[in-house]
Design a binder for this molecule. Structure first.
Ligand code: GDP
Ligand code: MG
Length: 383
């Protein structure tokens, strides 16, 4: 039988971001290698990260690789994505809920368009801490690398990340993978920076259980499994749960994290829940598994909304009453009708009150005590 997951350290979700070919996947592999050699986790080679199986969700293909590892003080789930479009999809739709990010910038190329776009995206979806890895430092000229560092700090400051205080670590994923001691030490330094700079986010473990469904699978002979990150509360094998969206109640008969069975999952954990007697087709991405009666779905809400300007990655034209954007709420996407009341029109850069009528009921909690509920509305598909 499989080894059970033992919770000895706090768990955080992080990921690599940055321009294509700057070395995100190489660095991800190198991190697992360096830690595996210390006996905390297993080495995940480049090919297994880069060729993660595609997941089809709501008509779009999402490519996302999850690896796990432990430092001395923490357990991490780390996501790496192959293409720029995958970042936009995963981050805007909330599939990758990062507590912190490692921004990978090549010492040879410096900031490139996707570097800047990922920083902007991180800001928009609420990633509050970025650690910079200036990668390929083995091949870069020292003075040029100094310039790259200045440039990255400016970029972070421009997006409110406090560029002067953010850790910037010069690394070589490639040389560390080859076992070079100097560059192996650079990976340790990077991980130390992540351990100390990215704070442990507040986890609402005492709140009623809630998990937004990211994916649904069938395990032959066992039943239907849903996967996702626990947003709040805890869940144990044997607990009764409600599946909002599917309109059913059932019992959790199994719990796993990264293939290891666990007794209890809590806020922040990435888990798979086995649900008793639920047909595969009944549950979809966007549904919510929750403690029975703990959330009341509704379709109408009033919100104070800031309309991003074009410079911030938002719109060039105003929004008016009657506008029907797509709303991303946890893992669900729903079309909604916008009513701006007396203002009637909102220009990019304006802050307005709006009433929204969604196309279907979605579980909400009003007010500012719902930190991980975010709705993003974009006028055009972000590239
Ligand atoms: P990604 O697109 O950001 O995931 O980049 P990859 O990890 O696929 O790396 C892109 C290319 O850069 C590959 O040819 C790597 O071998 C090379 N590369 C990655 N890291 C380093 C490094 O630290 N030093 C050098 N010299 N090359 C690297
Ligand atoms: Mg890659």
């Amino acid at each position: 039988s499989k080894t059970a997951y033992v919770r000895t350290k706090p768990h955080l979700n992080i990921g690599t971001m940055g321009h294509v070919d700057h070395g995100k996947t190489t660095l991800t592999a190198a991190i697992t290698k360096v830690l595996a050699e210390r006996g905390s986790g297993s080495f995940v080679p480049f090919d297994r990260i880069d060729r993660a199986p595609e997941e089809a969700a709501r008509g779009i293909t999402i490519n996302i690789a999850h690896v796990e590892y432990e430092t001395d003080t923490r357990h991490y789930a780390h996501v790496d994505m192959p293409g720029h479009a995958d970042y936009v999809k995963n981050m805007v739709t909330g599939a990758a809920q990062l507590d912190g990010a490692i921004l990978v910038v090549s010492a040879l190329d410096g900031i490139m368009p996707q570097t800047a776009e990922h920083v902007l995206l991180a800001r928009q979806v609420g990633v509050d801490h970025i650690v910079v890895a200036i990668n390929k430092a083995d091949a870069g000229d020292e003075e040029l690398t100094d310039l790259v560092e200045l440039e990255v700090r400016d970029l972070l400051s421009a997006h409110g990340y406090g560029g002067e205080s953010a850790p910037v670590v010069r690394v070589s994923g490639l040389k560390a993978l080859e076992g070079d001691p100097r560059w192996t030490a650079s990976i340790d330094a990077l991980l130390d920076a992540v351990d100390t700079y990215v704070p442990m986010p507040e986890r609402y473990v005492d709140a009623p259980f809630l998990l937004p469904v990211e994916n649904v699978l069938t395990i032959t002979g066992r039943g239907t499994v849903v996967t996702g990150a626990v947003e709040r509360g805890t869940v144990r094998v044997g607990d009764r749960v409600q599946v909002l969206g599917a309109g059913l109640e059932t019992v959790v008969t199994g719990l796993e994290t990264f293939g290891k069975p666990m007794e209890e999952a809590q806020a922040g954990d990435n888990v798979a829940l086995l649900l008793r007697g639920v047909p595969r087709d009944a549950v979809r991405r966007g549904h919510v598994v929750a403690a029975p009666g703990s959330v009341v779905p509704s379709r109408r809400f009033t919100a104070r909304v800031y309309v991003l300007s074009a410079r911030e990655g938002g719109r060039t034209t105003p929004v008016a009453t009657g506008y029907r954007p797509q709303f991303y709420i946890r893992t669900a996407d729903v079309v909604g009708d916008v009513d701006l009341g007396e203002a009637a029109v909102a220009r990019p850069g304006d802050t307005v009150m709006m009433t929204v009528e969604l196309g279907r009921d979605v579980p909400w909690r009003p007010g500012s005590d719902s930190p991980s509920v975010r709705a993003a509305a974009r006028s055009a598909p972000a590239r």
